[in-house]
Design a protein around this ligand. Sequence first.
Ligand code: UD1
Ligand code: CA
Length: 451
Amino acid sequence: MRTSLAVILAAGEGKRMRSAKPKVLHEIGRLPMIGHVLRAVETAGIDHIAVVVGPADEAVTNAIAGQAPKASIHVQRERRGTADAVLAARDVLRRPVDDILVIFGDTPFISSAAIACLRDKLANGAAVAVGGMRPENPHGYGRLIERNGSLIAIREDRDASEAERSIGFVNGGVMGLSGAVALDILDTIGNSNDQGEFYLTDAVRIAHDRGLETAAVEIPSRDVFGINDRAQLAEAERQFQTRRRTEAMRDGATLIDPETVFFSHDTALGRDVVVEPNVVFGPGVAIADGVTIRAFSHIEGAHIEAGALIGPFARLRPGAEIGGEAHIGNFVEIKQAAIGPGAKINHLSYVGDATVGAKANIGAGTITCNYDGFLKSRTEIGERAFIGSNSSLVAPVRIGDDAYIGSGSVISRDVAAGALALERGQQVEKPGWVERFRTRMAARKRPARLG
Ligand code: UD1
Ligand code: CA
């Protein structure tokens, strides 16, 4: 087994994003770009991950620690080019390792297959292996200069001659370096180029000059789509969504109008799930088999058991646990609440910090009053309980199994199992009142006769 190290470069300022947020924290499918890269590297089975960040990138450091706690973090004090950035991880580069992979933090679609390809080249004797691609427009990329079938240099766009610029095979930005020579080569790289930066790409020329083997492998250009500005961020999101929709359908979900359904990186759908048009899945959603999500629903941090019916116009917020065959209808918001199997909350309700028992029926306009401006409290509703329409349940409060709540009640004390509770004014009825009222009012309105 060859040992491996990945160095992910994330110290760029991302100026073209025009953002207060570091570029690599911008999200695709609700996961930061850097998260996508970390995931690919982990899937590729790399032994150690080193990430190079800028001097004040605390938020980036936290995001990395959250997802890949074993990754080491290295600070590049000054932005002096990609080779200089790799050298910020000198501590780990010094340790003996077979394969070193350098990956850019702003190429979120890097695949574990591309990484494996580069490692293959290293295993077969290459000192430097470059992931090349043939994009529609090679402008801005480093050109791969080959002679007699071998890679001899990479020329950055701004340093390239007219003839070199016509080359369509370019540097995708992933590189494999043999651990035996990497540090030595990196330390040899200078900065005599148009930008006065230390270019990682010079590793190719140096290795070639030393008689070491260099290689380029072609990888699909979508795997190394780089994000420098917001338009490219939107394009990456579009590509991500297209792929996820295809995967969801391949795995047995029906999307009636796929283009209008938006997934997160971790959305999990079972088989025979039907998703109607205009549905948004935030992070942390898992949906079991046979669930139908009707149009215009917004769902995040929710688990939905088999056969449930959600929407149209439902909002499930984090901590919503919906039991099998339950119905959550239009304009219903559920937050931090477990809804039992077969329960129905069909219209215009807010249920938060609550448990709702199996087969309970929550009438239209029921509100759990869970917040007093300081603290949140829980509402517990028993099995088969029936909550009449337009009721307010003032938490903390418990409604027993099979209990009935009369419509329009404000319930602030516990209700025993099987009891009826109502809280409203007495209805008053006055027979014949309307006729008397009309006569009296008509007389008042009639103008007084003169003389
Ligand atoms: C780079 C390559 C180019 C390739 C292209 C592919 C070099 C010199 N050029 O150009 O051949 O075709 O990517 O997308 O490598 N970074 C740091 N510290 C630095 C400089 C950069 O961490 O001092 C990081 C950036 O955050 C980014 C990555 O390195 O993630 C690439 O830097 P960038 O300036 O975007 O390089 P390109 O000009 O795109
Ligand atoms: Ca770039």
